[in-house]
Design a binder for this molecule. Sequence first.
Ligand code: ADP
Length: 399
Amino acid sequence: MTEIAKVTLENEMDIVMVHKRMIAIGEYLRFTITTQTAFSTAIAEVSREVIDKTNTGLLVVSIKLIASKYFLCGRITFLDDAELKESDEGMSYAKRLVPQFEFHKDGQGGWIELQIGIPRSSNLSPLRVSQMGELFGAWSPSTPYEALKVKNSQLNAIKEEQDEELRQSKYLHDMKTEFISIASHELKTPLTTIKAYIEMLMITSQQESSPKMIGFIKKINEQGTKLQQLIEQLLDISKVEAGRMDYQMEPVKLGGYVEGVVDTFRMLYPSHTIVIESDDIDTTIMMDKLRIEQVFANLLGNAAKYSETGTVITVGYSIQKDGSSTVSITDQGIGMNAEASERVFGKFYRADKVIKKYGGMGMGLYICKNIIEAHRGEIWLESQEDKGSTFYFRLPNVG
Ligand code: ADP
């Protein structure tokens, strides 16, 4: 079966259009004038009934090849069939005009099919049938209404294509998120066990192993910790994507909290000097302490990673006029250009100049942005290449 034309049945003007197109097809197939008129009228009458009683009609005209004989077939489908009946006046009239008429209806809709044999004198061949598809498919409209209808159906086709693309990309995105979630869960379990054994080894090796062996075990432990952090980031990414990131909000005194967090990181990054600069404020913020600590870990970790050993990292915090608190983390490192500054909070983004030299997956800042925004705050940065960067985040205060 080869489809050669399609018309949506929406209003009276479509009946005229259907009739005109069926006449054109009949002429092309060398039907006699009587047959052309009879078949076109039958299709137009059925279309009229469908337009009157439903609002979801569609006429599809096709050529069928049955036992080496060609047939012209008009099938009108409808979805909303509440009142449409085979005994309707238009249907009965059409039935008398064509040799084959079939009416089918089920709970959700139905179709009417009208069919007529094509004379051998038409000299149809598979090639000519496919040419008919091109000819009548790309039929050019002759009235403003027809032009509008063609435009409309083109727009509908584009919209359908776009909807399909959107569905596909959403499907791929969901699959990717699910993959990240499953893979990181699967990696996390054995790694936790490995880390536990390494830590036991570290304790026993103090008495039983040579300094060289203790050095090796320390290295394994450090790399294990890095791997754990990456897996935690992957898990967080899948939680963010699935909107499953939980927050345990509580009131926290900012000053004491920052001092405590920075003390911990001073131990973790003995390579750098971390100093605090503040207005000596005593303000309270609603926050999830662990998640904000994660933001500090990322920003301080980056400040240390992207700057020379021995340089200073400054942590500042202050209250703004609107009552919100701003935290800043400044390093004296490699900085970044304007393009990178704009893109760093994007998922998996890494500046060109760090890709070969520094480890990382470009997930940290994306997660930080999500955490800060979930606190109804904002995060931004200022940076100068080869001079250093300052990352800021602002959180609303509660008193
Ligand atoms: P990662 O550090 O794992 O690559 P992040 O999401 O934490 O991922 O950072 C994204 C990118 O932002 C980094 O790859 C780097 O190019 C840039 N960046 C982040 N922090 C700094 C910093 N303090 N100095 C210079 N560049 C930075």
